[in-house]
Design a protein around this ligand. Structure first.
Ligand code: NAI
Length: 346
């Protein structure tokens, strides 16, 4: 019962079930040492409960590390809702989830994530104020996430590919949702050559046509020979099976938990592929949600999000100096910050 919590160092895992709406949700709180646990809510057709539990716990830990690395006064949490396999009323289901969030009294604050839309958060907001990114604040974090990932790409491509700009760079993007689609547009604007993919082939092909990009089916995107591979779909895709087949020199993406395990960071290093840690790249949305809530204007928020570039530069320098992978270096730095916060609180 406690295995996943122990493996991910998660402090609390709350289960919610509402037989009326069909809600089956988990809220994992990794830590509230630095502040309330803010993290998005996923809404996906999970194959089983164990997968949902692991997803919630791993993602919650990632949120703690992300907030700590970005220097934000937040803890880490995450919610997953298992999409019902029977017909359901989506609005009622999200209102039911809102009541679950409310019951935690503000220790967990929810937001958008894979499979959820602002309209879902509007339903959540009818039941609780512990939500960011509903129409009430009008804050869509995705453009800021994309901006942060783009900034990380600029820093990493300068280091790994010795490129001052992105013109002509061949970039393969996996996933054209809220973040991937924006990144594709920014990269097309910068003159990059794009190969893209999405499970929704019709939508992906339409975007590819607009951007003069090449569309490939989902099963091919990870083998495309390219300068940069950008994972912007789901986690666990960098694993023992996929890493030997990659044909790239750099991985910079938005997806959470891209590495199936920390061991895979070594495998990427062995192949001389630079991997920039997901939770460093993709902190832009979290930074924006936090600063926007503090009433800071868009320009300040954009400047802070671009600070991800500086964080990444420091991280890559330290990783090189200590001869460890950037993924391990990031975990060490973030965990040290959480440890220091615990010591201060003791
Ligand atoms: P989304 O749900 O809008 O988009 C994901 C896209 O990936 C969908 O279009 C889906 O069809 C596609 N996809 C799924 N599996 C695929 C596969 N095997 N091959 C190709 N395409 C596939 O999600 P969103 O918001 O764009 O987020 C993407 C990732 O970034 C997620 O892992 C999310 O947790 C992470 N993230 C998102 C943030 C945000 O501000 N939206 C913030 C931080 C992280």
């Amino acid at each position: 019962m406690f295995v996943t919590l122990e493996q991910t160092d998660v402090a609390e895992l709350h289960q919610f079930r509402d037989p009326v709406t069909g809600l089956r949700a988990l809220i994992a709180i990794h830590s509230t040492r630095l502040g309330p646990a803010l993290g998005g809510c996923r809404f996906l057709p999970y194959p089983d409960e164990a997968t949902a539990e692991i997803d919630a716990c791993r993602l919650a830990r990632g949120m703690s590390l992300k907030a700590a690395m970005a220097g934000l006064p937040l803890g880490g949490g995450k919610a997953v809702i298992m999409e019902p396999d029977k017909p359901y009323d989506r609005a009622a289901l999200f209102r039911s989830f809102g009541r679950a969030v409310e019951s935690l009294g503000g220790r967990y604050i929810t937001a958008m994530d894979a499979g959820t839309e602002m309209s879902d958060l509007d339903q959540v907001a009818r039941q609780t104020r512990h939500v960011r990114g509903s129409s009430a604040d009008g804050m869509d974090p995705s453009p800021f996430t994309a901006l942060g990932v783009y900034t990380a790409l600029q820093v990493a491509s300068e280091r790994q590919l010795h490129r001052q700009d992105l013109k002509g760079l061949h970039v393969a993007i996996q996933g054209l949702g809220h973040v991937g689609r924006r990144l594709a547009m920014m990269l097309a604007w910068a003159g990059a050559r794009l190969t893209v993919s999405d499970l929704d082939e019709a939508r992906g092909m339409a975007l590819a046509e607009r951007l003069k990009a090449t569309f490939v089916p989902p099963e091919r995107i990870m083998q495309v020979p390219c300068d940069v591979f950008m994972p912007c779909a789901l986690g666990g895709i960098l694993n023992a099976d996929s890493i030997p087949r990659l044909d790239t020199r750099l991985i910079v993406g938005a997806a959470n938990n891209q590495l199936a395990s920390l061991e895979d960071a070594h495998h990427l290093q062995d192949r001389h592929i630079l991997y920039t840690p997901d939770y460093v790249n993709n902190a832009g949305g979290l930074i924006a949600l936090t600063l926007h809530h503090q009433q800071l204007g868009n320009e300040t928020v954009r400047r802070k999000v671009k600070g991800i570039g500086r964080t990444l530069r420091h991280l890559l320098n330290d990783a090189e100096r200590l001869r460890v992978s950037p993924a391990i270096m990031a975990d060490r730095m973030a965990e040290q910050r959480l440890h220091d916060a615990r010591e201060r609180a003791a």
